[in-house]
Design a protein around this ligand. Structure first.
Ligand code: SDX
Length: 434
């Protein structure tokens, strides 16, 4: 079949230029404009990457109009109902769901890499107790990259594999360390007899003074939260990891950059911002005040947005939000918190927003962050730690995307161009004349 092409014609006399159109298995085809500058002397302009593909990928696909999310072709609700987080990790990193034997072997590998070097504790001591956990996590990962001089060469598949195992295994330990440090409690070492999610809960909530009783409903809820947050195409933090690693820096340092990007309230920080928003509405009168807040969220000058709503890609309900709301029900039911005022407030807010023309016309729906804060708060996870839990989950996605970038035959160091609108050349006047 003849190659698909597109021809650009210019009104400024620049000669027509033809470019190949590359097909996708799902979603939009792409125009290969790598030769655009050479052929036309022009750049494209797309600051928010609204219409720009930064890479080819086989990992995650989102259908924004249908509100669908697939990891390696499997629907997120199918995975959330039938797999645990470590199975999803293997799917994202290796491309296939593991057999029973592979799952056992991988789980064993992760379990035996959960401890961090004892000297990592000294880095925590440099922080104030009230340091935001995302600041601690960014710092700890930067520090941890110095502990593995054998894992600097990102082009060595063995280094990438070793770093993947270390990062998936150690992120829970680092997140729990940041939490324990903030409340002045001793660190709890990983327990190799527990599941991945079970270890996260125990390292966060156990104390050396008594046996920790793991609640299987909370363990399963956290495992699902991790699955829902594991990967999400070329979002801001994933693109940060790809761009950072494209210079050849080591995988652990690149993941530290991803953590820093995820921290932002427009991205991973939205679950913390969403819960703070719900608390503020609650404090100012709750359901009766929702109308006033909705007007503020719609007013550009208010400087505030309905956190947990809207998405760059989803122009329909975020499938993760649906699953997260289910998990919310389960956890609140298990803990006898069905009457949780914040949950009821969130459901009322969701209902009103979904009927309001402003949100409907802009296709603004609840995203994963709208309910994840409520369920984490119910589980006893402090608000400031929500985004660190998000980073813990997304680490596997960042790793899978980094590995894909480094092994992509089209791989080059990322170096965007710009549209320059600054001063044309001018002479320096000596200070005495200025
Ligand atoms: C995550 O990219 C990913 O995949 C991210 C993520 C992942 O898993 O990695 O899914 C995780 O980051 C989810 C998003 C969490 N963020 C929030 O919940 C913060 C609140 N939402 C927004 O700030 C916003 O919706 C974004 C940042 C998520 C998306 O922004 P876009 O696509 O750049 O959309 P936009 O800012 O251009 O908004 C389009 C219009 C604007 O109004 P108009 O100029 O057309 O009049 O919608 C309005 C915006 O003002 N709008 C909102 C709104 N979100 C968009 N108005 C009120 N409340 C909101 N939440």
């Amino acid at each position: 079949m003849a190659e698909k092409t597109v021809t650009l014609s210019f009104s400024d006399g620049t000669p027509d230029a033809t470019f190949p159109v590359m097909e996708s298995t799902m979603g939009p085809d792409v125009i290969d404009i790598r030769a655009l500058y050479k052929q036309t002397g022009k750049f494209t302009y797309d600051p928010g990457f609204m219409s720009t593909a930064s890479c080819s990928s086989t990992i995650t696909y989102i259908d924004g109009d249908k509100g669908e999310l697939l990891y390696r072709g499997y629907a997120i609700d199918d995975l959330a109902k039938n797999c645990d987080f470590l199975e999803v990790c293997q799917l994202l990193v290796y491309g296939e769901l593991p057999t029973k034997e592979q799952h056992k072997k991988f789980s064993e590998l992760i379990i035996h890499h959960t401890m961090v070097h004892e000297q990592m504790h000294f880095f925590m001591r440099g922080f104030r107790r009230d340091a935001h956990p995302m600041a601690a996590l960014t710092g700890l990962l930067g520090a941890m990259s110095a502990f593995y001089p054998d894992s600097m060469n990102i082009h060595d598949p063995k280094v990438r594999e070793r770093s993947a195992i270390r990062l998936i295994a150690k992120m829970p330990t680092l997140v729990a360390m940041a939490y324990k440090y903030s409340i002045g409690e001793p660190y709890i070492y990983p327990d190799n007899s527990l599941s991945y999610a079970g270890n996260v809960l125990r390292m966060m909530f156990a104390t050396p003074c008594e046996e920790y009783k793991l609640n299987p409903v909370l363990e399963r809820a956290l495992d699902r939260i991790l699955i829902l947050h594991a990967d999400h195409e070329q979002n801001a933090s994933t693109s940060t990891v790809r761009l950072c690693a494209s210079s050849g820096t080591n995988p652990i340092a690149a993941i530290a950059a991803g953590v820093a990007s995820l921290w932002g309230p427009a991205h991973g920080g939205a679950n913390e911002a969403c819960l703070n928003m719900l608390n503020e509405i609650q404090e100012q009168g709750g359901v009766e005040k929702i109308g006033e807040f909705i007007e503020k969220f719609k007013d550009k000058n208010s400087g505030i947005r309905l956190m947990g709503f809207g998405h760059r890609v989803y122009r329909n309900y975020d499938p993760r939000a649906k699953l997260m709301r289910e998990t919310c029900h389960e956890v609140l039911g298990e803990l006898g918190l069905e009457k949780d005022p914040l949950f009821k407030l969130a459901m009322t807010l969701e209902k009103i927003a979904l009927e309001d023309e402003y949100f409907v016309s802009r296709k603004l729906y609840p995203n994963v962050d709208f309910y994840s804060g409520i369920v984490q708060k119910a589980m006893g996870i402090p608000v400031q730690l929500f985004t660190a839990i998000f980073a813990l989950a997304r680490t596997v996605g960042w790793i899978a995307q980094l590995n894909e970038m480094v092994t992509d035959p089209d791989y080059k160091i990322g170096r965007p161009r710009q549209r320059f609108i600054g001063s044309t050349p001018r002479k320096v006047k000596p200070l005495s004349e200025r």
